[in-house]
Ligand binder design. Structure first.
Ligand code: NI
Length: 276
C-alpha cells in the first residue's frame, strides 16, 4: 500500500512538474511571439521612415535638379507647362543657358530674380562661398524659384595655381555653405578664370562648367555691348557667361531673355544642356 501511495505521489509530482514546465514554455513562446511582433512593427516603421526620407530627398532634388538630371524646376512657372516639341513634329526648341558668376549680390541678385520670375525663366548661379553670408534668403529664393545653384569657389581662386588639397577645401567650404541653406550639395562648378586643374573633377566629385558666350559684362558695364556680343555668338546649346553684380548686367540679361525667347530659344539650367 505504502508503495502504491509512493508511486501515486511520484506521478502527482511528475504531473505537477509537467504542467509547470508546459506553462513556462507557453510564457516563453508568448514572449518570443511578442518580441518578433515588436521587431516586425519596428522594421515596418523603419521602412516607412526610410521611404519618407527618400520621398523628401526626391522632392528636394527636384528643386535643384542635379542628381536625377531630369527636371531641375519647381512646377509653378509658365515655362514648365510648355512643350519641348513644336507643333506637328518632334523638333526640339533651341536651348540656351544663362549663367551668373560671383554672386549673390544683395543689390542686384534680387532684381535679376524678379525679372527672371516674371518671364518664367531659370538660370544657373555660380556662387562664391564668401559672398553667401548674410544673403541666405537669396540663396533659398534661387532654389525655391527653380534656378540651379553651382559653386564658384570660396575666395574666387584660380584652381590650377593651388594644390589639389587647397582646391578641394575652397570647393567644399562653398558646397557646405550652400548645403546648409538648401539641403543639397551642388554638383556643378564654374572655375574662376575658366582655369581647371586636370582630373580635379574626379578628386572633388563635381562637373566643371565653362561657357560659349563671354559677354564681358564686368568689363564693359554696357547693355548695348553685351547685347551685341550675345546676338553675334549665341547658338543652340550655348552657355552665356554673366555676373549678377552690375545693373547693366541685370538689364542686359532680361533683354537677352526677351530677345531670344522671341527667336524660339528655351532657357534652361546648365544641367539640362548636358543631361537631357
Ligand atoms: Ni568669377
Amino acid at each position: 500500500m505504502k508503495k502504491k501511495i509512493g508511486h501515486l505521489v511520484m506521478w502527482v509530482e511528475f504531473g505537477v512538474l509537467t504542467i509547470l514546465l508546459a506553462r513556462f514554455c507557453a510564457v516563453r513562446i508568448g514572449e518570443n511571439v511578442e518580441g518578433i511582433r515588436g521587431f516586425l512593427v519596428q522594421k515596418q516603421e523603419n521602412t516607412e521612415s526610410i521611404s519618407k526620407k527618400i520621398e523628401k530627398e526626391a522632392a528636394s532634388d527636384k528643386v535643384i535638379g542635379v542628381s536625377d538630371g531630369r527636371d531641375g524646376r519647381t512646377e509653378d512657372t509658365p515655362e514648365d507647362t510648355s512643350e519641348d516639341t513644336m507643333e506637328g513634329g518632334c523638333q526640339e526648341k533651341k536651348k540656351v543657358a544663362l549663367t551668373f558668376d560671383d554672386g549673390p549680390s544683395s543689390k542686384y541678385t534680387p532684381l535679376l530674380l524678379e525679372g527672371l520670375k516674371e518671364r518664367g525663366v531659370h538660370a544657373t548661379f555660380f556662387l562664391m562661398g564668401k559672398n553667401i553670408e548674410g544673403k541666405e534668403v537669396l540663396v533659398k529664393q534661387m532654389q525655391e524659384e527653380g534656378h540651379l545653384i553651382g559653386n564658384h569657389t570660396y575666395n574666387h581662386v584660380q584652381l590650377d595655381k593651388i594644390s589639389k588639397e587647397a582646391a578641394k577645401e575652397e570647393i567644399e567650404a562653398t558646397n557646405q555653405e550652400i548645403y546648409e541653406i538648401t539641403g543639397v550639395y551642388p554638383a556643378w562648378l564654374r572655375p574662376p578664370y575658366g582655369e581647371w586643374r586636370k582630373n580635379l573633377d574626379f578628386y572633388v566629385g563635381m562637373f566643371p562648367v565653362l561657357w560659349d558666350v563671354d559677354t564681358l559684362d564686368w568689363k564693359s558695364k554696357n547693355v548695348d555691348s553685351i547685347m551685341r556680343i550675345v546676338k553675334n555668338e549665341v547658338e543652340d546649346g550655348a552657355v552665356i557667361l554673366m555676373h549678377d553684380a552690375y545693373q547693366s548686367s541685370v538689364d542686359a540679361a532680361l533683354q537677352i531673355v526677351d530677345l531670344l525667347m522671341k527667336e524660339g530659344y528655351k532657357f534652361v539650367t546648365v544641367d539640362k544642356l548636358i543631361l537631357p
